[in-house]
Ligand binder design. Structure first.
Ligand code: ADP
Ligand code: MG
Length: 620
């Protein structure tokens, strides 16, 4: 028996490995299976140049064996195996990846990529095992060897018995402690589900003996345990398959299998990118927003694989927030398997992939918008808020990416239109893009200030989402046309004689005094038709924005600068003038009533509903 010590730095590394690199113990199985797969791949490559090796795919497999009595879990492969020297070099030095060297040496075929490249994965076995035993026979050797280690102390290598070429890695699982229980790794169902989760797309069969209780043949109530060898993994991932071989149904099935959603996706897209960076991806645009989509609990991200092995369930860095609704998988051979979340965040490759994915999603949405407007409207109902929020978010950094993807209801078209469509159909003398905000299309339609813009023949966009006006303020303009609210006191349609005579101005001043700080000013207007009053706002903050901000937990007491506009062509105006002359109490009552009515029209709460109704009774 030869006894070896790990290289000095390896000792510390091993400790680090076991305790901190992996946060998740269960991934040891993924690492061992990936190594087994690499070992078979290496046989495959040897066979390409060595005529003595016949690579018959059926002879190559990985088998996972569980032994409850002895508390062992074994990962066995029929791969290339290791010589004594290789056992020493490859398993005796942490961060030494022979697989990586192999990859450098060989020109690898598309889709046949070696997974290993860091030389640390193997040691993850020590997270769950006290002792790790490796029995291996290299493909061109007659003698098998046993490598054994119980951790940082070192390892031994002794001659051993083994019939066929290949490697078995045997883990003697740790005993259960107070806060950890390793028995789960002896449970066939648990192991089966781990293989499914992480290694489903390893391209060689992963076999397991599965025991199940079945009715004895010919008997009605007697049961027996039947053990059958089963292949656990599905081997070829759908994203590696040729698009022409796949039907819409395949993509939809994959969507449900992966539990991306209970709906049928609105659109899917299968991409394979070749070049400086290679990856395959399948992306889905869901039809319905998940129930938690607009809450803090929702976690965005795509499933991330490296050469068919799962690295991360939800890689958030692959999606910008405004496309957080997208579901799917990404698989790249250019990403390392054993890498921490923190490192991945700064990974340059990942950033490039994310950029490509983002522009792909944008293209898909644009084509939906242009070619399947009905579907796009469905999409927008579910996720439009997220896009609009994306315009507003980050100080408008992404507004150019998103401005052509948002749609609003048009008063003229009576349907949803894009900003581009609005601008293309603007009247010749029209300077601004007009919009009106409110609770619903029906309510906005009845606003007095909307009708006078419509009467001019101009289209008005209706904003019914709380985020709309904030997003538009961030956009500021589209195609050099600025946005203007129909409720803005700046609204000037050219034919408003504002009643500037002394008497009227005096009257408005008195009314303003009655209302104190509630309004910034009282003015006369001739824009209105049947309505006697309405509330306009001055400056950046609109009345709709005031409503939104005041609903927020830390919104406080934000007030828009309101202008009470009185219709000078309305009979009410005559009555105001008369009251001003004869009866100041009456004027005060009228002022109060008109102001409250204006609040009601805007959908703002009355400050004192009891007083308001009392005043009406007084009048009646
Ligand atoms: P990596 O897979 O990143 O190279 P590992 O720590 O997982 O790092 O493995 C270290 C090395 O040990 C591998 O590069 C490979 O040469 C060798 N090795 C591990 N497992 C096996 C196996 N089942 N068959 C043959 N060689 C193996
Ligand atoms: Mg490995």
């Amino acid at each position: 028996m030869e006894k070896y010590e790990f290289k000095a730095e390896s000792k510390r590394l091993l400790d680090l490995m076991i305790n901190s690199i992996y946060t998740n113990k269960e991934i040891f199985l993924r690492e061992l299976i990936s190594n087994a797969s690499d070992a078979i791949d290496k046989m495959y490559y040897r066979a390409l140049t060595d005529k003595d090796i016949v690579f018959n795919k059926d002879d190559y497999y990985i088998k996972v064996l569980l032994d409850k009595e002895n508390r062992t879990l074994t990962v066995k492969d029929t791969g290339i195996g290791m010589t004594k020297e290789e056992l020493e070099a490859n398993l005796g030095t942490i961060a030494n990846s022979d697989s990586y060297a192999f990859k450098q040496e060989h020109e690898l075929e598309d889709g046949y990529d070696i997974i290993g490249q860091f030389g640390v994965g193997f040691y993850s076995a020590f997270m769950v095992a006290d002792t790790v035993t490796v029995i291996s026979k290299a493909y061109n050797s007659d003698q098998a060897y046993k490598w054994e280690s119980s951790g940082a102390d070192g390892f031994t290598i002794t001659p051993a018995e083994r019939e066929e070429t290949g490697t078995s890695v045997i883990l003697k699982l740790k005993e259960a402690s107070e806060d950890e229980n390793y028995d789960e790794f002896l449970d066939q169902y648990r192991i089966r589900s781990l293989i499914k989760k992480y290694s489903d797309f390893i391209r060689y069969p992963i076999k397991m003996d599965i025991t199940s209780r079945q009715l004895k043949e010919g008997s009605k109530d007697e049961y027996e345990d039947i053990t059958k060898e089963e292949v656990i993994n599905s081997m070829v991932p759908i994203w590696r398959k040729n698009k022409n071989e796949l039907t819409e149904k395949d993509y939809h099935n994959f969507y449900s299998e992966k539990h991306f959603g209970f709906d049928r996706p609105l659109k899917y897209s299968h991409i394979s990118v070749d070049g400086a960076i290679r990856f395959n991806a399948i992306l889905y645009i869901p039809r319905e927003a998940p129930f938690d989509f607009y809450t803090k609990d929702y976690e965005k991200g795509l499933e991330l694989y490296s050469s068919g092995v799962l690295i991360m369930n939800k890689c958030g860095d692959l999606l910008p927030d405004y496309f957080s609704f997208v579901k799917g998988v990404v698989d790249s051979e250019d990403l390392s398997l054993n890498i921490s979340r923190e490192i991945l965040q700064h990974d340059r490759q990942l950033k490039i992939i994310a950029k490509r994915i983002e522009s792909k999603i944008k293209d898909e949405l644009t084509s939906l918008l242009e070619n399947e407007r009905d579907k796009y409207e469905d999409f927008f109902k579910a996720f439009g808020q997220q896009l609009k929020y994306g315009i507003y978010d980050n100080f408008g950094m992404n507004k150019d990416t998103l401005k052509d993807l948002i749609i609003f209801y048009s008063s003229k078209e009576k349907k949803m239109i894009t900003l581009k469509e609005y601008v293309e159909n603007m009247a010749e003398d029209q300077e601004y893009i007009y919009y009106a905000s409110g609770e619903s299309i029906e309510r906005i339609d009845k606003l007095p200030q909307v009708s006078f813009v419509k009467d001019k023949g101009y289209d008005v966009l209706y904003f019914t989402d709380y985020i709309d006006e904030f997003a538009i303020k961030m956009l500021h303009s589209y195609d050099d046309k600025e946005f203007q609210s129909v409720s803005s006191s700046d609204l000037d349609l050219g034919e408003d004689d504002k009643a500037k005579d002394e008497d009227s101005l005096e009257l408005f001043k008195v009314m303003k005094d009655y209302l104190k700080d509630k309004v910034k000013d009282v003015r006369g207007t001739s824009k209105l038709k049947e309505h006697a009053v309405y509330l306009a706002s001055e400056g950046e903050l609109s009345i709709e924005m005031e409503k939104v901000l005041n609903q927020m937990p830390e919104g406080g007491d934000i007030k828009a600068d309101k202008i009470l506009e009185i219709n000078i062509n309305h009979k009410v105006f005559e009555n105001l003038k008369n009251a001003y002359k004869d009866d100041k109490d009456k004027l005060k009552l009228f002022t109060n009533l008109l102001y409250n009515q204006a609040l009601l029209i805007e959908g703002l709460p009355l400050e004192d509903p009891v007083e308001f109704t009392n005043n009406i009774w007084k009048l009646l």
